[in-house]
Structure formats: structure tokens, C-alpha cells
Write a protein that binds this ligand. Sequence first.
Ligand code: TGC
Ligand code: FAD
Length: 397
Amino acid sequence: MSEHRPPAFDRLDPLSIDDLLSTEEIAVRDTVRTMLADRVQPHVAAWFESGTVDEPRELIRAFGELGLLGMHLDGHGLPGMSSVDYGLACVELEAVDSGIRSMVSVQGSLAMYAIWRWGSDEQKDEWLPAMGRGEAVGCFGLTEPDHGSDPGGMRTRARRDGDDWILDGTKMWITNGSISDVAVVWAQTDEGIRGFVVPTATDGFIANTIKQKMSLRASVTSELVLDGVRLPADAALPELTGLKGPLSCLNEARYGIVWGCLGAARSSYETALDYARTRNQFGRPIGGFQLTQAKLADMCLELNKGMLLALHLGRRKDAVGLTPEQVSFGKLNNVRESLEICRTARTILGANGISLEYPVIRHMNNLESVLTYEGTVEMHTLILGQALTGENAFGSA
Ligand code: TGC
Ligand code: FAD
């Protein structure tokens, strides 16, 4: 065995995970970080406080110019970057705010992916280049007021009228809904669940912005009402029926969350670390107390284990693809641990932990949504439980 002299311990990268990334991957990460530091970070706390995003469509266009929208999809003028590149971008986006990562996730991984994976050539040509540039904004309507975890029970219905389709129903909690040009809407038909590409300017399509959120406040969330929305025959995603259509899109967005949530955790960890080294009580920095050190050590462990997990899943996705259960493994673990990191960081900041002067309470509140959307922590537990035991514990056997 030859004797090595490892580089000094880095409290911001204790496992030297950067060494596992290529120069190009680090450049992607740094480019996204720099753009966000200039364009979003200075404003995001105020957006969260006011429950708005200033000029969200302009922001999406800026993300398009940077190549962030559908960045891991190829063809149709899209960047065709790797899944790891996309994951690294999600970390940077969510280190700023989960709502900003959601804006990008829903556009790229849900609305664009649905059209990219399942759309006709005409649908792809019409929407993908414009959505990639951020000139057209998309949303993804699966959840309904009475059907969230069990989308298979959805009541939104599409019926034939001659060659046309008529859509009626309500979708709830739809990110980007009120600022979208196009909605991918899932509906029951006589053939089973199908997806529809719905221009939001169509008569009978209404988007109402949801207010009074205490989480994801720097994000537009909407109710979609479809009241006799008439669409041509070719608005349906062709040759796709059943729940596997929307669930295949969720795999993509969930993958982005596996990485993204660690950005919120990283921001909270770094804030708490800094605070613990500078805040004095009982005549010494609070970082000198064993109880604070135990919190920081646990945060450091879970953050970096989460990064290794995300990177492993990303490398595997690029090499051979991921099973839905592997995506659930990552989403369940990393969101749960990231939320715990943010909650612990909040305690280290004491009263300052509840102030928007620091990012911690904002990240913590945001991760409550992330824990729920894209499959709740309970759904991902049951997906793994079913894979481990062969028993379906979702509903009636
Ligand atoms: P089940 O009988 O298990 O499956 C029905 C069909 O779908 C297939 N399938 C999948 N296909 C691809 N990917 C997956 N992950 C899949 N999971 C299942 C399955 O093989 C079957 O295919 P086939 O050919 O036999 O018909 O369906 P179920 O009704 O029992 O439901 C299973 C369950 C509970 C896991 C599923 O419904 C679920 O995941 N529920 C959670 C709903 C959810 O995550 N909604 C998210 C809405 S979008 C959102 O939240 C956006 S947030 C904004 C942002 O991302 O930033
Ligand atoms: P429910 O399904 O009613 O669940 C309530 C509780 O019951 C949860 O704890 C759940 O885990 C538990 N539960 C349910 N069934 C079981 C079971 N069988 N066993 C054990 N526990 C169970 N949806 C979209 O389609 N598009 C979007 O863009 C979108 N954006 C969102 C943005 C935000 C900010 C939020 C908060 C949500 C968004 N959603 C979106 C909706 C999200 O996907 C749903 O909220 C989520 O799927 C859970 O559905 P629900 O809220 O109806 O909860």
C-alpha cells in the first residue's frame, strides 16, 4: 500500500464528492449557480414573503436561454445534457428556492417530457422548441380536488363529439397553471386514462391562482377548470392509455427532486454552520456546545449521503436507466432527510430561524410541499413496501 496525503478536510464537501464530477459537470453547476445568484437570489425572499414571483414568464425565458428547460431531453433543439447535469442544476435551483426548481421541473420534466415521450410529431414540433426556449410555458394537470395520491380515480372526463374531444373537470394544485400557454391534462375516456395537449387559450379553460399557501410561496399554483373544452382529435397523446402514461412522467420529475431537495438542505446546513461559528451564548460560540455539534454532524452526514445517493442514481440513469422503485428510494430518503436538515438548522438559528432574513424557514416550509407532491412520503414508502414484499398495501386488496 502506498501512503497517500489526502487533501485537507473540507466542511462544505467532506467526502470530496466534487472529485466524482467531471470538469464539464462542475462547469454546468457553476454556470447555473452564477446565473441564479444574479437573477433570482436577491429577490426570492421578497417573492416568498409576498406570495408572488415577479414576471415569472420572463424568468422562464431566462432559464430557456440558459438551456435549463428540458435540458436532459434531446432533439427538437433541446440541449440533450446528461441526467447528472440536470440533477446538478436542480440542486442549484432548489438551493435558491424549491418554487424556482418546481418552475423548471414542471416545464421540463412533466409538460415537455410528456410531449417528448408520448406526443405525435406535430405536437413535438409545435411545442418542444418553444418550450425549450421558454417562449411557451407548460403545466401538468394530474391531481384533482378529490384524487391526489390515487390519480386512477380521476373524474375529469374527455368524451368524443364527432372527431373532436370535449373535456370537463377540475385539476387542483397545478404548478405554473395560471402562467401557462399549454396544459398537459389527464382525463378518463372510454378507452381508459389519456393525456391531452390543451392550449390554455381554448374556450372553457380557466386557471385560478391558489392563495393562502404557507409553502412554495415563490411559485404559481393553480386550479384548472375545464368546462366543455373542445379540442381537435389530434390533441390527444397518441397510442397511450392508462395510468402508466402520467406515472412515467412522474418518474422524471421525481428524479429531479432526488437532487433538488439537497439544494435546500445544503443552503440550510451552510447557514446553520456559519451561524453556529459566529453566534455566542454563555460566552462562547454555540458551535462549541456538544449538542450543536451533534446536530451539525448529523446534518453533514445526511446531506452528503443524500448527494452520493443522487449521484449514484444519476450515473445509473445515464448508463442503464432507473426502475420506478429506485426513483422512489431516492425521493423518499432525500426529501425526508432534507426536511429534517432544514428543521434542525432552524433550531440552531433560534429566533432568527423563523425570520426570512435567513433562508432556513423558507426552505423548511417549501420542503413540506416537496414531501407531499410527486408522491407523498407514504406513497413512496408503500411503493418500496410493495417491491420488498410483493404485497400491495395502497387500498383494497
Ligand atoms: P398501479 O396499478 O400500480 O399502476 C397502473 C399502471 O401504471 C404502471 N406504473 C408505472 N409506470 C411508469 N412509472 C411508474 N412509476 C409507474 N407506477 C405504476 C403500472 O405498471 C401499471 O401499468 P399497466 O400497464 O399494468 O396498466 O396504479 P395504482 O392506481 O395502484 O397507483 C399506484 C401509485 C399509488 C404508486 C400511483 O398512483 C402514485 O404514484 N400516486 C401518487 C400520485 C402522484 O405522485 N402525483 C403527482 C402529481 S404531479 C406533481 O405533484 C407535480 S409537483 C410539481 C413539481 O414537481 O415540482
Ligand atoms: P391525499 O392523497 O388526500 O393524501 C392525504 C394523506 O393521506 C397523505 O399523507 C397521504 O400520504 C395519505 N394517504 C393517501 N392514501 C394513502 C394510503 N393508501 N395509505 C397510507 N396513506 C395514504 N399535482 C399535479 O398534478 N400537478 C402539479 O403541478 C402539482 N403541483 C403541486 C404543487 C404544490 C405546491 C403542491 C402542494 C401540490 C402539487 N400537486 C400537483 C399535487 C400533489 O401531487 C398532491 O398534493 C399529492 O399527490 C398528494 O395528493 P393530496 O394532496 O390530494 O393528498
